[in-house]
Ligand binder design. Sequence first.
Ligand code: APR
Length: 230
Amino acid sequence: MKRKLVISTGAGMSAESGISTFRDAGGLWENYPVMQVASADGFRANPALVHEFYNQRRKDLLKAAPNAGHYGLVDLEKDFDVYVITQNVDDLHERAGSKNVLHLHGELMKVRALDNELKTFTLTPANIETSPDTRIEGHAVRPHIVFFQEAVPNFEPATELAAEADIFVIIGTSLAVYPAAALLHYVRKGVPVYYIDPNPAQVPADVHVIKAPATRGIEILARELRAQNS
Ligand code: APR
């Protein structure tokens, strides 16, 4: 029986693919007014600006590819029952081949109908730009992103995954945003927790911190977990 390996990733997971993080030096929130481009109020006030912000991030994503860290997580599927919970809106985990990916903050390559939030559409590289005038199947659309000030509908299933984990791993997040940062507290007592980050945030003393970038840290983790399996 394969052990259940639940992995929670943040922007640092995609940093080595050339995708900006949010709170590092030069990060996205240094260059954009977060509440104007990524909040519910901001979208109501100026939808065109918000559409444009996500158009730009889609263009950046099309130029990016999964990095060795993404592929390292796919490789772990050989020996573990792997589930990825990600705060990232990019599709790099999926493009690398991860089978179980749960997005907490939405998906950049998707938009959804303004008049029916359950109706989503997947954009293709040929049509990645949207505006308030875009119509898909007659629907006006918005980015399929959880804006600040909005609920995180996938948090409950994420807590269930964390509670079922035999091993829990956190990669590349500043643990600054809730409720994602609270997932750690749903892990059963005694289950080992690892945290891979070159500049780790404060975490409880029993968390195994691997102070390294994702690509290197995942190599170290894989070796340690496989040694425990043998
Ligand atoms: N490998 C691993 N981690 C890295 C790397 C790397 N190469 N480079 C940077 N990091 C780490 C940073 O040290 C930091 O801890 O990635 C983390 C990035 O933190 P944030 O920029 O705050 O990103 P994240 O934690 O994912 O933000 C959470 O905030 O703005 C919202 O919705 C947005 O999902 C996002 C959420």
